[in-house]
Design a binder for this molecule. Structure first.
Ligand SMILES: Cc1cc2nc3c(=O)[nH]c(=O)nc-3n(C[C@H](O)[C@H](O)[C@H](O)COP(=O)(O)OP(=O)(O)OC[C@H]3O[C@@H](n4cnc5c(N)ncnc54)[C@H](O)[C@@H]3O)c2cc1C
Length: 405
């Protein structure tokens, strides 16, 4: 295959997982951040020898037939970490930290997203002292260049690896590994609402003068009802907590209009997963009130390996059912965000961020009031939001009835 025959995922399908970049032995692929503020890949045709390794490593191009494992193999649980300190530093029930602690204590390696200078990046840690770096959700796309080859090295050396990431990143690891199977690999993916444009963070920092975003969530006001979703920022002299409603970074993320195109039709949020376990927030859970302040995770176990690790870790877990799991968190199984992919807000996101004032960006992507067009604009957004809710409800009903068949 010559270099010109190489076809990677399109702009609309590419998840930015970077497995292709990691697989290239000829330095022919490079990660770039395009004007929309998302990672993409560019091919240097001069260096490309057309070996096709990148196409095999790409979870989109190589294809992934997962089957319907939710129905046949998976089991949902309500869960939380027993360690008070670990759960406090985590976004939901601290299940990830408990699993990671178990793996590290047994001499294993844990891979996940850490934050440095407001940029999320996947790293591998080998000691409990570093666990805090991976704890907490960083609501942006993590840079994953080189993490797959690093993980492969650990696996080949016989180390147990707990690899965590978004569904696309876990799928990318498996595509990258190809036919190589490792009993010492355990994977955890997150329920994911999609990753927003980096422009949001850049604009916010450049206009406010803060140096860094240090966290997207805390438990100061508790966890239930999303109370802990608040931005922590720092400059040379102080740290500050910005509540959800006043934080453009968070409201624009939740508004979903700047997400990657692939997140708006995500094939990795579905009723089948490659990971051994999926974790997310157990939104809407009514039971276990004593845990509502500290946080409750929804854990979906997909394999014996996942179940074994859960059993061995310092996690309390209780049976729950699919109905409770899906109703308040349809993103577990539904990858589609309606109406947004081709909207002017998304298609010209780079242009708007380069040219509009912060106030107008807040009106366009967040909840700020202003201007004569604001009311009709909000009315349209409200109608589209209601239609999305209806779509989610129907889809969830269909999934639940398929589980009964
Ligand atoms: C972009 C994004 C969107 C999400 N959307 C949803 C959602 O719609 N519904 C829902 O229920 N849950 C969602 N989550 C997951 C949720 O925020 C918690 O991470 C999850 O409940 C695990 O919580 P925990 O307390 O067990 O662990 P925590 O300590 O809170 O989380 C640590 C884990 O998150 C991983 N992680 C953190 N940031 C990133 C990142 N940027 N990329 C990849 N991995 C990362 C770490 O590697 C580690 O595995 C999302 C997470 C991210 C990063």
């Amino acid at each position: 295959m010559s270099g010109s025959k190489i076809k990677l995922a399109t702009t609309h399908d590419c998840t930015g997982c970077m497995a292709c970049v990691d697989s290239c032995r000829h330095d022919a692929l490079h990660a770039v951040i395009r004007r929309d503020g998302h990672y993409y890949v560019e091919i240097d045709r001069e260096k490309c020898i057309g070996c096709g390794a990148c196409m095999k490593a790409c979870p989109v191009v190589s294809g992934f037939a997962y089957g319907n494992n939710f129905k046949s193999e998976s089991k949902p649980f309500a869960a939380w970490c027993r360690d008070e300190e670990l759960i406090r530093r985590s976004s939901s029930g601290g299940v990830f930290a408990a699993l990671a602690t178990r793996v590290l204590a047994a001499g294993g390696v844990v891979v996940g997203a850490a934050m440095e200078n407001s940029v999320a990046r996947h790293i591998a840690i080998e000691t409990i002292d570093d666990l805090y770096k991976l704890q907490g959700s960083k609501y942006q796309q993590s840079a994953t260049q080189e993490i797959y080859s690093k993980t492969l090295e650990y696996l080949k050396n016989g180390r147990t690896v707990l690899f965590s990431g978004l569904g696309c990143q876990v799928a990318a690891l498996y595509s990258f590994l190809g036919n190589r199977k490792f009993d010492n690999l355990i994977t955890v993916d997150l329920i994911c609402g999609g990753v927003p444009s980096r422009k949001i963070v850049e604009k916010f920092l450049s206009l406010t003068g803060y140096d860094n975003i240090t966290a997207y969530r805390d438990k100061i006001d508790g966890w239930f009802d999303g109370k802990g979703i608040a931005l922590s920022v720092e400059d040379d002299f102080s740290t500050k907590r910005i509540p959800l409603k006043e934080s453009f970074v968070l409201t624009a993320f939740l508004g979903k209009a700047t997400q990657r195109y692939s997140c708006m039709d995500c094939r990795f949020n579905g009723t089948a997963r490659r990971a051994d376990m999926t974790i997310g927030d157990f939104w809407g859970v009514k039971e276990f009130e004593e845990q509502h302040f500290n946080g409750i995770s929804l854990v979906i176990v997909h394999s014996d390996k996942g179940r074994a690790l859960l059993d061995e870790s310092a996690v309390e877990f209780r049976d729950t059912d699919w109905n409770k799991a899906l109703v308040h968190n349809p993103r577990i199984a539904i990858g589609k965000v309606l109406f947004t992919r081709y909207s002017l807000r998304r298609v010209f996101v780079g242009w708007w961020f380069d040219h509009l004032s912060f106030k107008n960006l807040e009106i366009l992507y967040s909840n700020r009031k202003g201007g004569v067009l604001w009311l009709p604009y909000r009315a349209v957004r409200y109608v589209l939001w209601r239609l999305q809710l209806r779509y989610n409800r129907r889809h969830v009903e269909r999934i639940l009835s398929s589980f009964k068949d």
